[in-house]
Design a protein. Structure first.
Length: 63
């Protein structure tokens, strides 16, 4: 879960959007509760209304 702003309800950042490679748990990347990370906001899902977030689009593509 990611809090974008204080007072805002947290949004889900799916495991598939954490990194370019497959990750089973955020701790594999050193991400812990309370750690600041950068994510990109893609708007809201038109069906569910939930926020769409991604961390992997901000990373350089693997070579």
């Amino acid at each position: 879960m990611v809090s974008l702003y204080s007072g805002m309800p947290p949004a889900l950042l799916h495991n598939s959007q954490l990194d370019q490679r497959k990750v089973s748990h955020p701790s594999a990347l050193g991400i812990e509760v309370g750690k600041d990370i950068q994510v990109k906001y893609f708007g809201r899902d038109p069906v569910s209304g939930l926020m769409r977030l991604s961390r992997k689009v901000l990373q350089a593509s693997p070579r």
